[in-house]
Design a binder for this molecule. Structure first.
Ligand code: COA
Length: 187
């Protein structure tokens, strides 16, 4: 695993949201929905059977959640209801499209429950995480990879200031790699 640091804070608060590393028992239903909802999963591998997801959640995820730096559960900061998840971690890849020599650039990923789309939550969560990372880490590239057909994700990337740098075929679909510099989020 990469030795380079990623975002280390346990919690990030924004206007409407809390991003937290800690997993609560009450997160179970919302997190299972993220993996089983066909609309949410349309461009990220497809929905998985509920039974399989429940088993994975109860055996692996519950035990492992805290051991993965840069992975956050995004909740409403007043109700603690799960809105989605956000990841800002090392890509740690030998992918031919990587933008750094070592392929250890920061990789941003986000998944929201279907009922939370269209309210600016993903933008708010990603901005908060990237600002926190810009305070903590030296300037460096940040990338995200999304299916080119995933217009919501590409729109969000553009709103965050990411620029498409390449497209490539993977998992039977065209993917777009977008990049920016972490320093663009420094206040
Ligand atoms: C990709 C994804 C996170 C985008 O969610 P989103 O809600 O569209 O993204 P944003 O947070 O940027 O919200 C933008 C929308 O909220 C609206 N909005 C409402 N209030 C807002 C506010 N206060 N601030 C900003 N936007 C606001 C915008 O007008 C925009 O609406 P539109 O979609 O009608 O144009 C979501 O579609 C998703 O989870 N998809 C499934 C997982 C996935 O594919 N992830 C990508 C993996 S790389």
């Amino acid at each position: 695993m990469s030795q380079l640091p990623t975002l280390s804070v346990m919690e990030i608060v924004s206007e409407r949201l809390l991003l937290r590393r800690a997993l609560h028992d009450s997160d179970r239903e919302g997190l299972i929905e993220l993996s089983t909802d066909p609309e949410v999963q349309a461009y990220i591998g497809g929905p998985r059977p509920r039974e399989e997801v429940e088993k994975h959640f109860d055996t692996v995820m519950a035990a492992d959640a805290m051991s993965r730096p840069g992975n956050y559960i995004v909740v409403d900061n007043t109700t603690d209801q799960v809105i989605g998840t956000l990841m800002l971690a090392r890509w740690w890849t030998d992918h031919p499209q990587r933008v750094t020599e070592d392929g250890e650039e920061l990789l941003l990923g986000y998944v929201l429950r279907r009922g939370a789309w269209g309210a600016g939550y993903a933008f708010e969560a990603a901005t908060a995480a990237l600002r926190a990372a810009a305070e903590e880490l030296p300037d460096q590239p940040v990338v995200l990879v999304t299916q080119t057909a995933n217009k919501r994700s590409l729109n969000l990337a553009a709103r965050l200031g990411f620029h498409p740098t390449s497209t490539f075929e993977e998992y039977g679909a065209e993917q777009t790699l977008c990049a920016t510099r972490l320093s663009t989020f420094k206040s």
